[in-house]
Design a protein around this ligand. Structure first.
Ligand code: FAD
Length: 294
């Protein structure tokens, strides 16, 4: 018979992993992807782990100069959290744009990354924010980047069979702004046709140290170095150059694909919107006299 476990701590989880040995293991967070993927087809030999009872996988807090996010935090808890809004605005944007209210109430940030969809929203934002991922297993903890967890195969993460995502650490950097936006086929409950996240340091009207990630052009969100460089240009030149760099990137990533011209026009629209969002956030922070943190 399929075994079901709901460990109440990572120590108990660790002991259960050892006890289960070579059994196939399913780790269930909010279940919004897992239920659709498995459709009840679980072998009798499998062990299903409900991850919702482990307090170590919960919490949103600022520790030193990082924003710590438990992997089991939901999209609703993330986008309604003031610390996320102020210190990781792109993540707040991404969490609030995901699915429906019902999906956001269940879908977790750990599940969104582990599912590794090319169109996933929060991994794109977390990558632009330079977040690191703390992975837990019987042999201890390790720290990976978002890109390392996503790897190069669509819908497949690089975690080993007994590894889980425990938490994320997002650097809190004074004088930085960030934003995320996606375009889908509908205005609500829509998977991204293209999504993009940007974070950058600002000084007056000038941006530097930018990170730009674009989803749906490859196996997962991909960094666009060419576009990052254009954000440092004079404001009068940057929007056009930003758009051109993104279109060039799309040509490299999906050459000859029938959707290329559509994706290029979406990228241009997203570029305009995201630059507008960043500029507005700089204006708001300068007006309030409070330096933005990301
Ligand atoms: C109607 C609908 C709309 C959606 N809209 C969007 C959208 O707009 N944007 C978007 O990005 N996604 C969307 N999704 C996809 C989905 O909701 C997200 O990917 C969600 O964040 C997955 O999280 P979960 O907690 O439900 O994961 P689960 O379904 O529980 O798990 C997904 C996978 O990740 C693994 N996993 C989960 N947590 C961990 C962990 N901590 N460590 C290791 N492995 C783990 C599971 O084993 C499973 O393989 C939508 C889904 C539906 C059904």
């Amino acid at each position: 018979m399929t075994a079901l476990f709901a460990p109440k701590s990572v120590n108990e989880f660790s002991a259960l992993l050892v006890e289960c040995g070579e059994r196939k293991k399913h780790f269930v967070a909010g279940g919004t992807d897992w239920l659709i993927k498995t459709r009840g087809n679980i072998s009798d030999e499998a062990a299903v782990f409900d991850m919702s009872k482990m307090p170590e996988l919960r919490g949103i807090e600022i520790i030193d100069s990082s924003l710590r996010l438990g992997a089991m935090e939901t999209m609703t808890s993330i986008h309604s959290n003031m610390a996320v809004m102020l210190n990781a605005t792109a993540l707040s944007d991404a969490a609030s744009s995901m699915g429906s209210v019902q999906i956001r109430n269940r879908a977790t940030v750990g599940g969104n990354l582990a599912n590794a969809s090319p169109a996933a929203d929060t991994p794109c934002a977390l990558a632009a924010l330079g977040a690191s991922v703390i992975v837990f297993s019987i042999s201890g903890r390790k720290v990976l980047s978002i890109e390392e967890v996503l790897g190069s195969c669509p819908n497949t993460n690089t975690l080993l069979p007994n590894e889980i995502i425990m938490e994320f650490c997002v650097p809190v950097r004074k004088g930085y702004v960030s934003a995320f936006k996606k375009i889908g086929s509908r205005s609500e409950v829509s998977i991204a046709r293209v999504n993009m996240a940007v974070s950058a340091k600002y000084e007056g009207e000038t941006f530097s140290d930018a990170r730009v990630f674009v989803g749906t052009l490859g196996s997962a969100a991909k960094r666009c170095l060419g576009a990052e460089n254009t954000l440092a240009l004079d404001p009068s030149l940057r929007e056009q150059s930003f758009k051109e760099a993104l279109c060039e990137f799309a040509e490299q990533m999906i050459p000859g694909r029938s959707t290329l011209s559509y994706k290029k026009s979406v990228l241009k629209a997203l570029a305009e919107d995201l630059l507008g969002m960043l500029e507005e956030r700089v204006r708001v922070s300068e007006k309030s006299g409070e330096e933005s943190h990301g």
